[in-house]
Design a protein around this ligand. Structure first.
Ligand code: SF4
Length: 363
């Protein structure tokens, strides 16, 4: 958008978003195409939309990497693919106690949601049982904590089993547009991914699905993945900024700037005015000193350790939240009424304890 029309376009977008009307594709594209001179206006407009639905609350999330590396899939952005020579820790399943102890540490540090993640195309049924046991252990110790699971493509009945174990949500990103998908992965399709998000939702799990940006995509791809996500009605939309791992096909992709990251987050806020927009992997290296500004469009962030790379410390994250004038959302605080979580299928629980750590961004 040009400077002359920026104010008008932003006013129109903001007016639509606060009413939860669908902001159209052209206007979302205009947000991404806006110039640096308009950046603060874009952030201010996105911030007003965010405050309308989420106030100044920031939800903190933590990842527990239950199985790392050696994945047979070939997602080009991922350090965990079998063909990757990136220097990451690779290990098979950690046990339930270790995962649960890590989760408890994160909850004690302010995390409201724990995401149990495992590399792979999708879980075998015996793997699913291991994760179900971990979910139950976390819920037994911290019933108010939200537990999300991220295991790749799901087969029939697996989402239901996770729901029975007490899982609240399933995390499965679309990553990029349908048109661009084959550029980043050839071992599964965009439709495979949407099918898993749909299966999770049908089973009563809260769908959590977002994107990875900075992979050489066009603005249209980012907007189109946002629109595809909007059709799936996720309850949470994580935005990952590519961490270019040496040893992966995208290891040289350093194309993001802090300003572009902020525009992307603002675009997601306008596309999802009353839905959790989460700052996920790569924020430290791409937003850099502008991280506090990202809390104006986004209302949620992943604590600083990702799946196979370490971010900044939890203390530094909490300082950013406080210094920027936001407050950490408590375990007992409900979502806004119009974003109430789906009822959990509930499940028998059991007891456990504990922790590990070494992570990266997305699956
Ligand atoms: S993103 Fe997931 S499915 Fe793709 S290579 Fe990495 S671990 Fe495997």
């Amino acid at each position: 958008m040009t400077s002359q029309t920026c104010d008008e376009v932003l006013l129109a977008i903001e007016a639509q978003a606060v009413c939860r009307d669908r902001v159209d594709r052209d206007n979302l594209l205009a947000v991404l195409a806006s110039g640096d001179d308009d950046l603060l206006d874009v952030i201010a407009a996105a911030g007003r939309v965010r405050r309308k639905f989420f106030g100044r609350r920031v939800k903190l999330n933590d990842l527990v990497n239950m199985k790392s590396g050696m994945c047979p899939e070939n997602c080009g952005y991922c350090s965990q693919r079998l063909a990757s020579s990136a220097e990451i820790l690779k290990y098979s399943w950690i046990d339930t106690d270790e995962a649960a102890q890590h989760a408890q540490c994160a909850i004690n540090a302010g995390a409201k949601r724990i995401c149990l993640v495992a590399a792979g195309r999708g879980p075998a049924d015996r793997d699913l049982e291991r994760v179900a046991e971990t979910v139950a252990a976390i819920k037994d110790s911290a019933p108010a904590a939200q537990v999300c699971v991220c295991l790749g493509l799901l087969k029939r009945g697996q989402a239901e089993r996770l729901g029975q174990a007490g899982a609240d949500a399933y995390d499965h990103n679309l990553n990029t547009s349908a048109e661009d998908y084959a550029q980043i992965c050839s071992t599964h399709t965009f439709d495979d991914r949407t099918a898993t998000v749909t299966a999770a939702k049908t089973a009563g799990l809260s769908p959590y699905s977002g994107a990875v940006v900075g992979m050489g995509e066009f603005d249209a791809d980012i907007v189109d993945v946002a629109l595809a996500l909007r059709e799936l009605q996720p309850d949470s939309v994580p935005v990952n900024f590519l961490i270019p791992f040496q040893g992966t096909p995208l290891g040289e992709h350093w194309e993001l700037t802090p300003q572009r990251c902020l525009r992307i987050l603002a675009m997601f806020r306008f596309a999802f005015p009353n839905v959790e927009v989460r700052i996920a992997g790569g924020r430290e290296i791409h937003l850099r000193t502008l991280q506090p500004l990202a809390l104006h469009p986004a209302n949620s962030m992943v604590l600083g350790d990702y799946l196979t790379s370490q971010g900044q410390s939890g203390d530094a994250d909490r300082a950013i939240v406080a210094d920027a004038g936001f407050v950490i959302e408590g375990l007992d605080e409900p979502n806004p009424a119009d974003r109430a979580p789906r009822p959990s299928p509930g499940a028998p629980m059991r007891r456990w304890h504990h922790h590990p750590r070494q992570y990266l961004n997305r699956r």
